[in-house]
Design a protein around this ligand. Structure first.
Ligand code: UDP
Length: 407
């Protein structure tokens, strides 16, 4: 894991000094994160890098997980989709399953934090433990866009959210009116992680070779979990429209998250949609393949994120940090990152995505400029150091509810 001083050349000494100062003010407080998976998806990605750095700064940050079986994660997956506004049939049985598993976790997960930072809906009911932990501060960290939720699911979750001391959302448009304090904290990427650090060309070439991909024609790539909301089949259709005019190849790389039972099916359907086209590479990458994902992103000519709905969209941040031209749907946190025609191109449909990809492939200078602008935008707004600062201010603000702290 990189040391905090290693970030200095990227973000400057003042930023690091500020982090040390804030960490000093959190002495004696335990910050306990709880979520539902150690690997797969953006939440695990962030915690894997943030927790060790907070610890190095002297903050007693911990990370624990809830446990659940297949029916629990089936239910929470449906909740997740429904919160994003996707039509889903939600049954009373799902709420019962959710409560049964939640109760088991309330009994079994050790909860000891001065500040409890609970990530996303899966562990939300742990807050029932709050009354037995006097003085503890409870924060619900929502990583998804709940601006147009299924009302039934939202009302159910709201009964828990109201018991928290505060809620954090990733973008101004993601939240809902709530009777508790709300905070805005954008996610971030770690520029020194295996996923994002600079790589020598040989390392990139080695990964292409491993997957039998030659770079003799432009590479279009989408990296994502195999999830309907990431629209991998839409990506294939867009590629086919591009391919009519420009000889190119497509990589769809992704793994499965342990809390997502749907992904195997989506992976199979994506494979089927790819047919026998030798220029389509559907790559199942196991979790922990960060260097490979990094290399695939760096090997790409254009990166696509054609999500139908999105949380913040860390894959977009990662692509921009690598100065890659990107075509991404205008959904969730993506427009915060991709300013249309400045740091990438936004799209609203399959044909729109294809049009934008063609434009970038046909105008390498323009594509390069967009990528460079994107990298600078990420440096200023979406790196881990800014995120650490926001979180520490958030924890401190729990002890100073009367002070207004602008995050
Ligand atoms: N990711 C990964 N392997 C995969 C698919 C995704 O490591 O097979 C990473 C990806 O690089 C990014 C995160 O998981 O860091 C996905 O975060 P994002 O916000 O894009 O989407 P989410 O999965 O949280 O919906």
């Amino acid at each position: 894991m990189p040391k905090i001083t290693e970030y200095e050349p990227i973000v400057g000494p003042n930023t690091i000094e500020e982090l040390r100062l804030l960490a000093g003010k959190l002495q004696g407080k335990i910050i306990q994160n709880v979520n539902s998976t150690a690997v797969g998806g953006g939440v695990a990605e962030i915690l894997n890098h943030m927790v060790p750095l907070l610890q190095e700064l002297g903050v007693d940050a911990r990370w624990d997980f809830i446990k659940g079986g297949e029916s629990f994660f089936n239910a929470t997956k449906k909740f997740h989709n429904a919160l994003h506004g996707k039509p889903e049939e939600i049954t009373p049985h799902m709420f019962e399953t959710f409560m049964e598993t939640s109760q088991r976790n309330i009994d079994e997960v050790k909860m000891y934090g001065d500040v409890m930072l609970i990530h996303d809906p899966q562990p939300i009911a742990l807050v029932k433990k709050k009354d037995s932990m006097p003085g503890s501060k409870w924060i619900w960290r929502c990583h998804i866009d709940v601006s147009t939720p299924n009302k039934q699911v939202w009302d159910f979750l709201a009964s828990f959210i109201h018991q928290y001391d505060g809620a954090v959302f990733s973008a101004p448009g993601f939240s809902q009116p709530l009777p508790i304090r709300q905070f805005l904290i954008s996610p971030s990427i770690d520029p020194l992680s295996d996923k994002n650090k600079d790589l020598p060309q040989e390392a990139i070439d080695a990964v292409l070779e491993k997957y039998h991909i030659t770079n003799d024609k432009p590479i279009i790539t989408q990296v994502s979990r195999f999830d309907y909301l990431k629209d991998p089949i839409g990506v294939i259709e867009a590629y086919r429209l591009v391919k009519k005019r420009i000889n190119c190849q497509l990589i769809i790389a992704g793994g499965t998250a342990t809390d997502d039972p749907e992904s195997t099916r989506v992976f199979g359907e994506t494979r089927e949609a790819a047919g026998n086209d030798p220029d389509i590479h559907i790559l199942p990458v196991p979790s922990g393949s960060d260097l490979e994902i990094n290399a695939l992103q760096r090997a790409s000519t254009v990166i696509v994120q054609k999500s139908l709905r999105e949380g913040f969209g860390l894959t977009v941040t990662e692509a921009l940090w690598k100065a890659k031209p990107i075509v991404a749907s205008s959904t969730g946190g993506i427009p915060l990152q991709v300013k249309h025609k400045y740091s990438g191109l936004l799209c609203h449909s399959i044909s729109g995505a294809a049009f934008a990809i063609k434009q970038l492939l046909n105008s390498p200078e323009y594509a390069k400029r967009l990528g460079e602008n994107g990298r600078e935008h990420v440096r200023q707004n979406f790196l881990l150091t800014r995120h650490l600062k926001d979180y520490m201010l958030l924890f401190l603000s729990m002890y100073h509810p009367e002070d207004i702290i602008y995050l």
